[in-house]
Ligand binder design. Structure first.
Ligand code: C2E
Ligand code: CA
Ligand code: CA
Length: 421
């Protein structure tokens, strides 16, 4: 479908010149105009822009888009592929109007197509300052918008410094049974009741002491040992939690972190079924946590996830917000839970953009009928905010760190005793 000037009421004359000279920083009075048929993209972009003190008009049709474009438009976010219109045609019309706003092209299509569109836009005299290939990480969008306002973006501390451990040690760890599991409670916000525990692996190195997973999981993956590791930890966790429940009247849900590489094995659901049977552990009490970025990588093989759901295992999307979240795919994932990544929780009380992300994730999770859990809750204030925003569950140092089996049993008992009082 082609769009000519008379197809819709265009608010500006063809010769109109848009604001913002390329290269000049945007001021908060400038406007962003977005056109994208994906409502969720629109919501996220506008929420983030608002949180960064920018004005953003979200549009889904060319009529609306050209109606909003004005002399104060300094940044345009343009989805190239939309069902009822053609981003290329919009570029052509913007070219005709001597648009000088900066343009960011967005698309889920092949990067080469974006590159071609970029060249075309340049040949029309338009100023393309970047592209976002969907699904794109929210951090990339934040950076892109942030580049246009005061550079106040906090650098989130990523993993603590990694220590180098020889691969030989790691191989030996398997043979000498050096991996152990610590458990962190998950708590329902409304009732205060423990709903589950997350199994977090640790390595008891004979010389170096306790080593945290960020130091070895990626090496296990690189050495091709992840499947073996996955089944060792799953079996140990099922066994141990089943034992807690002997001294606990009811079995907490057990959340296990699953690397997406393990899910490539089509036999995964059946092996898990057998393991759950072996320990008489009901499938519906087992939650498999899969990271958001892993899921998106994995999006072509949803059949394993679906089969897991059909066998009653629960799926949770971990580290939500940090990965490739542009979220259309999310609707297809049969998950029951979203976990807000702790990087958003950490600063939400004093960093408005993070608070907005938390709100949006809760809203989106609920819209998709998922429960939303926040991880990394360390302070009463964070807890209060999450409760106010309608978050369903929390996990974090405010309640307890991950604890070895004996200690988690004690913790669970004393928490229950407090609940009863
Ligand atoms: P994750 O799944 O996002 O787990 C949450 C991490 O946050 C854990 O780190 C936990 O100890 C930590 N944490 C919990 N509450 C708080 C808090 O209030 N504040 C802060 N700052 N941190 C908190 P941990 O145990 O070091 O695990 C790191 C990552 O390693 C996990 O991130 C998970 O992705 C991975 N991992 C752990 N165990 C396994 C496993 O058995 N298999 C696989 N595939 N991955 C695992
Ligand atoms: Ca997790
Ligand atoms: Ca996380």
């Amino acid at each position: 479908m082609a769009y000519s000037n008379h197809n819709y009421p265009v608010a500006l004359a063809p010769e109109a010149v848009f604001a913002s000279t390329p290269g000049e920083p945007m001021s908060s009075g400038d406007r962003i105009v977005l056109i994208d048929d994906d409502r969720v993209v629109g919501e996220i972009v506008s929420a983030l822009a608002k949180a960064m003190g920018l004005q953003c008009d979200v549009t889904r049709t060319p009529e609306d888009f050209f109606g909003r474009i004005g002399s104060d438009t300094s940044l345009i976010l343009l989805d190239l592929v939309m069902p009822e219109m053609d981003g290329i045609e919009i570029l052509r019309l913007l070219g005709e109007r001597n648009c000088r706003a900066r343009i960011v092209l967005m698309s889920g299509i092949n990067i080469r197509v974006i590159e071609t569109a970029k060249k075309l836009a340049q040949s029309l005299g338009l100023c393309v300052v970047g592209h976002l290939q969907k699904p794109f990480p929210i951090t990339q969008l934040q950076e892109l918008l942030g580049a246009n306002v005061a550079p106040e973006k906090p650098a989130y501390p990523q993993n603590e410094q990694r220590i180098a451990i020889p691969d030989e040690d790691l191989r030996r760890a398997f043979d000498h049974d050096q991996f152990v599991i610590y458990y962190q409670p998950q708590i329902n916000i409304a009732t205060g009741i423990v709903t589950g525990v997350e199994a977090l692996s640790r390595w008891e190195h004979p010389e170096l002491g306790l080593i945290f997973p960020d130091n070895f999981i990626h090496r296990i993956e690189a050495l091709g040992l992840m499947d073996r590791f996955c089944w060792i930890t799953a079996e140990r966790a099922l066994n141990e939690v089943k034992q807690f429940s002997a001294s606990n009247s009811h079995l907490p849900r057990l959340a296990i972190n699953i690397s997406v590489s393990s899910l490539r094995d089509l036999k995964f659901p059946d092996i898990l079924v057998n393991l759950a049977r072996k320990y008489d552990f009901p499938a519906e009490r087992i939650v498999l946590e899969i990271t958001e970025s892993g899921l998106m990588e994995f999006s072509l093989a949803l059949d394993v996830l679906t089969r897991l759901r059909m066998r009653n295992f629960q799926l949770s999307i971990d580290d939500f917000g940090t990965g490739y979240s542009m979220m259309k795919q999310l609707q297809n994932v049969p998950a029951i839970e979203l976990k807000i990544d702790k990087t958003f929780v950490r600063h939400m009380h004093d960093h408005h953009a993070d608070l907005v992300m938390v709100e949006k994730i809760i809203e989106m999770g609920h819209e998709l009928e998922m429960e939303v859990i926040a991880e990394g809750v360390e302070t009463e204030e964070q807890y209060r905010i999450l409760r106010e925003k309608g978050c369903d569950g929390v996990q974090g140092f405010l309640f307890s760190r991950a604890l070895p089996p004996i200690e988690i049993v004690r913790w669970l008992e004393s928490h229950r005793a407090q609940q009863v009082q």
